[in-house]
Design a protein around this ligand. Sequence first.
Ligand SMILES: NC(=O)C1=CN([C@@H]2O[C@H](COP(=O)(O)OP(=O)(O)OC[C@H]3O[C@@H](n4cnc5c(N)ncnc54)[C@H](O)[C@@H]3O)[C@@H](O)[C@H]2O)[C@@H](O)CC1
Ligand SMILES: [K+]
Length: 493
Amino acid sequence: MKILNAGQIRALDAYTIKNEPISSADLMERASQAFVNWFINCFDVSKSVSIFCGKGNNGGDGLAIARLLHAKGFQVRVFVIEYTDKESDDFKQNLERLAGNLQVQSIYESHAMPELHSDQIIIDALLGSGLSRPVAGLLGDVIEHVNGATGIIISIDIASGLYVDKPNEKSDTIVKPDHTVTFQLPKLAFMMPQNAEFTGDWHVVDIGLDKRFIEETLSPYYYTDKPAGEALTKKRGKFSHKGTFGHALILAGRYGKMGAAVLSSRACLRSGAGLLTVHVPECGYEILQISLPEAMLSIDPNQRNITELPELSSYSAIGIGPGIGQEPLTVRVLDELLEQISTPLIVDADGLNILSKHPDLIDKLPEKTILSPHPKEFQRLAGDSANEFERLELARNFAKKHNVVIILKGAYTAVILTNGDVHFNSTGNAGMATGGSGDVLTGILTALLAQKYTPEDAAIFGVYQHGLAGDRAAERKTKTAMIASDIIENLGW
Ligand SMILES: NC(=O)C1=CN([C@@H]2O[C@H](COP(=O)(O)OP(=O)(O)OC[C@H]3O[C@@H](n4cnc5c(N)ncnc54)[C@H](O)[C@@H]3O)[C@@H](O)[C@H]2O)[C@@H](O)CC1
Ligand SMILES: [K+]
């Protein structure tokens, strides 16, 4: 799925109206109907509904939704906020259509707010994608009032006060919904962890905007939903043998951190690599042989740390980083690896910390190396940023400049390709914020590279499958109880 900016969404609306063709009032009706379909799927008519409307098209949606829900038998109260005399045409039209059906209450002043009970559902139709400045005055007071309510809050299209495609100030007044029901496409703002409380659970409803226009509109932002994720799966042919799926090499672990080697290696085997060799310090010999009999070992002469690079010629992809530490001899191994490597590479964890401390090594990274930092590792690697929008830009520039694929880990993990395109992931959950979860991803990615997925596809697909396995693990164990091994046990496609 593509993600468009506010201007592109406006153009998409206009294009659909002109070329379908459909009147803007009918498009609003279709959008409102799509919202109502979602709504009646979730709530029954025993619920009463309070709808707060602004005077633009988002408010128009609110009025149309009020009429449609009333017709379905819901008890509906409608409030129009009188913060301006300017009304959009479709707002006016829907206000007229409401007359006779439902009484509209106007709110003129901050001290005259309606009481909101906890069993009432509040629908936020104050401002949508047309937001152009911070909310203030009466509208701001209404938002504060709504946020103070204990009932369920649902925002139409986007929480009022939240920008579609740029950062808000910390002091901005924004609705904090439990749900956002958004039209046609997810919005960039939803991908930013800083906006979590301003999106709630968000749901995309199809309102029939022009698909070809969406396809042809250039945007660097994509959302890896189920169809996009599944489309990347490579089928295993009937006549394939273990050589077909490559020979992966993972360099991981040191004394006290051998678990990282076990986790990444097991995940690699569970992700379809034909063969796996793990290079570990001597102290890892028994641990690996016993816990992972399917893996072959390359034993470093050093007892505690990785200090020597194994011979590389037989491997089809290499993963380095989990638990390796940053000892000078280990740094030298990474340096030598970068000198010699001619296969796809993924660098994670301590591998990334080494790169941060030795920036000269960044220039040696082979093109399309995958780097998979969590926010702190990325900050060490690329520097500070004022907010998550800025961090994303920093990552896009870094990926383009160094010709690498970056996996910025977090909620909606962003996979950033060498051309600066960003693919936000749809799977995963907060239960995955647990030690070893990143090591698992390294193993998955190494396996995919060994199976000749391109680095771009490996990153997008690997992150997607990692999250999916995490979702299955959470379902079986709960988010609280799940650990990284559960992610591995739930891999499979
Ligand atoms: N255009 C279309 O065809 C469709 C639009 N739809 C709805 O229309 C919304 C966008 O509508 P609009 O473009 O009318 O914009 P909004 O309804 O978001 O905003 C209305 C007006 O408020 C003003 N405004 C902006 N920021 C403000 C602030 N902080 N305080 C006070 N006033 C402010 C702007 O001048 C804007 O025109 C979407 O989010 C969606 O809900 C849907 O009905 C689907 C179809
Ligand atoms: K809204």
